[in-house]
Write a protein that binds this ligand. Sequence first.
Ligand code: SAM
Length: 370
Amino acid sequence: MTDNYIDEEFSFDRYPKTDNFSLKAWNAADEHILNYLEDNDLFRPNPVIYNDRFGFLTCVLNYLSPVIVISEKSQEKSCRLNMQRNNLKENDERFVTPLASLPGKVDLGIVKLPKSLDLFRLYLDHLSAYLHDDSLVICSFMTRHFTQQILEIANEFFYEFEQSKAWKKSRVLILSKPKKPEPIQITNSIEWREKTFKQYFGVFSAGNIDYATQFLIDNITVKNEDKTVLDLASGNGIIACAVKSKNPDCEINLIDDSFLAVESSKLNLSGEKIFFYFNDTLEDFESDYFDLVISNPPFHFEYENNIEVALSLFNDVVRCLKIDGRFLLVASRHLNYRTHLENIFSKVLTVAENDKFIIYECTKHIIPVV
Ligand SMILES: C[S@@+](CC[C@H](N)C(=O)[O-])C[C@H]1O[C@@H](n2cnc3c(N)ncnc32)[C@H](O)[C@@H]1O
């Protein structure tokens, strides 16, 4: 559904699309930033925007030529689609990842607070080197998501910070007088079964290996004939590592929508026949290519939960799977994926289950022409 902003001056779609009409491409925390900038005449040059999920701030502030920090491929696609929709010129140089250099000094930082406060730290660390004494950083969030830790992180990087009054249940946090500390460590380490996994801040399951993932790894069979394998929604790459340990000769492909997830998996896997993809669909892959696709598919997206993205990925999988290839996935019981999977694949088996999770094996067979 397309939503209009300011008397139809701008219009926005969400990418990926959703059937939930209550979900918009922006919220009060986005508008609060614009109001704050306007009320205080803060439209400064050289802005950088972080975590603009669907491109709302990117489009409305386009006339300031902001640099957009892109953490997800779907975010980049959404920003670009909304720029096209609003007849704004896309400039590739203005899209950077959170591990890339910024083009120059920053007078104004704009941060829509991510759910992961580690990721907020990573963003402030990224920004820090480009700030000068008079730079300002404006962060916004919904009041119900406030925690004291936000201020503690702000205090690591800035001498001064103040919060606005609440407006439509949102607040802005204004950070000034940057401290410019030494760069911080931006990865976590997870010890698991005699191996250490590294991952950048903000990547799925920071403190431990997810229980659903562990259950999947403990119950997968990888056959010698599985020559081409895809770890779909690969996070830090732990599932790909498990597949490679069971069949070292296979070609393993990893794909994730999160840039920092893909970069994390590069820290955990090296060797031959390992390929990394930063994307949110399987458009990079040929049809009938994989012997095995394996996944703990996404379900949480910041503060939203939905199965639409997973269902769309399942439809991609059926195209990319070889005839008689297998798709192994783990899911929480309550998601009730079976009916959806049965509509997409020829055969769906339960491989293992416990009180929380189910592992399905889905196959695609030749449909006989009668
Ligand atoms: C439940 S986590 C699993 C991560 C990892 N495989 C593990 O087991 O620890 C789901 C992952 O899906 C990724 N993701 C979300 N949407 C995606 C999409 N459209 N395509 C690929 N990956 C996606 C997220 O970034 C996240 O890393």
